[in-house]
Ligand binder design. Sequence first.
Ligand code: G6P
Length: 612
Amino acid sequence: MCGIVAYLGERDAYHVVLKGLKRLEYRGYDSAGIAISADDQLKLFKKKGNVSDLESFIEGKDLSGGAAIGHTRWATHGEPTDNNAHPHLSSDGSLAIIHNGIIENYSSIKQELINKGHVFKSDTDSEVAIHFIEDIQKNNHCALDEAVRIALTKIVGAYAIVIADKHDPDLLIAARKGSPLVIGVGKGEYFLASDATPIVEYTNEVVYLNDYEIAVLRKSGMILKNIEDVQTNPYVQTIDLELDAIEKGGYKHFMLKEIFEQPKSIQDALRGRLNAAKGDLALGGIRDYVNRIVSADRIIILACGTSWHAGLVAEYFFEDWCRVPVEVEYASEFRYRNPIVREGDVIIAISQSGETADTLAAIELAKAKGGIIFGVVNAVGSSIARATHVGAYIHAGPEIGVASTKAFTSQVTVLSMIAMIVAYKKGTISQTRYHELLAELETIPSKVEKALELSEESEKIARMFSDATNFLYLGRGYNFPVALEGALKLKEISYIHAEGYPAAEMKHGPIALIDEEMPVVFIATRDSSYDKIVSNIQEVKARKGKVIAIVTEGDVLIPKIADYVIEVPVTNEALMPLVSVIPLQLLSYYIADIRGCNVDQPRNLAKSVTVE
Ligand code: G6P
């Protein structure tokens, strides 16, 4: 949560930072601000609202300067207001800070500073940090980087910070623990950001700051040290990220672009890993550890949000094909439950952003209990990718829309490959079934393409139901997690209350809600529970509910009972979630768009949840 961007160099720092904030707006968008260090002053502009509100507010002001820091906020401490927006200034106004994370012991530090006469303008933990640093600098008569270092030895919590000093416009100081921070290295210039998207148009050379590292940046060079004051060597990596991947490319919203990208993103997840004709399936990243899953007594899957739904689909893969028990855990519950991790357990952590605080903490806990951790992550070089012992990237490319779409299908794709490899090695599926699954998986990108060709159907149905106040999503077996995902997509972006349920469980509660006003979405593709779900549809129709059914191409029965149907191509029952989720993503997208909602930046949500 919160995006931070900073620049130091010969360019117009304001424009670099403003553009960067627009790219990072998916991380938070309740207030934004920029501070420019020039001519012995800090020009500070901040505003409640999104980055465009800030831009209009700033128009016409003097924005010159070669060092700037900027922030787009997702509130944790203090409501979204102009005062609580970052950057925050120190007591005498000579230092400015941007911060992503949470300082847990801020109230005791704040009290100490208040006793010394400090006055605070905001309710944030971040303002406390910059007052604290200034206080240390004044008392110890030390350089700013030393004051930052001392402060960080006392601060408890998570942070990615960047500090500017009005008396030294050729200086930026950055540090991280727990929250992400990337430094782009140019010629005589540095770019800092929460992820690489604001940086790639200028340079592809980056340094990922490690926890407890402090970077002292001047146009002439960078010094890295840790909080024990030991210098470290910056590890400069080259990243492979194209500018087009982070732009809308003619689509109205990132979410729509990302939905339509799925044939390609799934193909990218398969590329170099699957060759069905040759019977080849290999994931280089996990090759040396795959026997750990083969011999696992149990698999524990850790994730949050949509990634948790991908984990639920994987539960069916591993139990069905590999005959190993699986528990799919919300990372936030697992970490606080004193969970049992036994020798012989394998943990799979799933995360799009690779930065979700609860998932990261759950991984650390499982590691401390001796678990071996596999990562299924999208963001290359992210904290979770680095915290896991071994992993397979999903290669979906940057996902900017806050509602996750292509990451879900790529996660399911990668998890299906892991399960197929394990099942084959364990001998828990026949050779014939294994080869059938490989061949079927290879056809998924074209089947997703076909499902997307019917986007108009979803749009038509969206028009009928855009005023609904409640929705129910029902599915069985492999389509049950799809029902949960469909409901989550709708409530996230359209603010319509939606619940996902196993279709059979409907009788134990949700059936009481059904009347002629209630749209019920059935994911009712032809599979082993087809007859049962047909009965569930009849039960809803008997109570006058409006049924929207996702059915397999050529189905003649359900179209006679349901009010509306959307067809998807035939595929193997286990791989159906990759196809059946497509019309649900489209339905929620179109409903949200028709309702005039901010599809890419839904209220109160953030793409990367770096607070617990
Ligand atoms: C947030 C996002 C969701 C995402 C979840 C888990 O809530 O809005 O789209 O599914 O975090 O994030 P992760 O990056 O770990 O997959």
